[in-house]
Design a binder for this molecule. Sequence first.
Ligand SMILES: [Zn+2]
Length: 83
Amino acid sequence: MLGVQTMKASDFLKVVTDNLALLSEKVAPPGVDSCSSCGIPLQETVTGNRPYGPDQHVCSDCYFDELGREIEQHPISSRGITH
Ligand SMILES: [Zn+2]
């Protein structure tokens, strides 16, 4: 298969260790997106990773902050509902 790179287990573990060290300092390792808003490295299961515009991703906290602001600016109208 073309394009598939193999990595020795010892190399893999070193990369994982290095990446975990970076993540613990809130630095995004190579290949990991950072939140466009707060800059935290995006880990799908920890911070969430939501697409936000072209080539931008934000964490769930920033996503819902922004969503809340949008809803405040454009409230969902209750007009038209009859009882
Ligand atoms: Zn964020």
